[in-house]
Design a protein around this ligand. Structure first.
Ligand code: ZN
Length: 129
């Protein structure tokens, strides 16, 4: 995810992303949010949901893309936080990782990526078109 969007998340939810200040040997959050820009809104909405649940000292341990889906590791794991995070991960399965649309999204390729038709064609030419 581009720096500008990561910073927006950090500024809106500083406590949840507090581990970004730790060295990479202690937390994967040191690498930032490791997925495409298209999933920004899913992560933002998840943070808003977490605020409503208001678990004690909630923080992300790792946020990344794996096998075409958003993978989020966090603490504490409670029934409510588990449900909110699962819903966000599930939503990423049908949301283009590059542009965020939910139209014409498929998961395919040897290296699975969740993309809409437009972004898939752009990726075939070059990822950053
Ligand atoms: Zn797209």
């Amino acid at each position: 995810m581009r720096q500008e969007l990561c910073i927006k998340l950090y500024e809106a939810f500083p406590d949840y992303f507090q581990e970004r200040h730790l060295p990479e040997t202690q937390s994967c959050m040191a690498y930032g949010v490791e997925c495409g820009d298209g999933w920004y809104q899913i992560i933002f909405d998840l943070c808003r949901k977490i605020q409503l649940i208001n678990p004690e000292n909630f923080r992300f341990v790792q946020v990344k893309e794996k096998f075409g889906s958003l993978r989020i590791y966090y603490t504490p794991c409670t029934p409510d936080t588990n449900l909110a995070v699962s819903a966000a991960e599930h939503e990423s399965d049908s949301t283009c990782e590059r542009c965020g649309t939910k139209e014409n999204v498929t998961q395919e390729g040897g290296w699975i990526k969740t993309l809409c038709t437009t972004c898939r064609e752009a990726k075939e030419r070059r990822w950053d078109v």
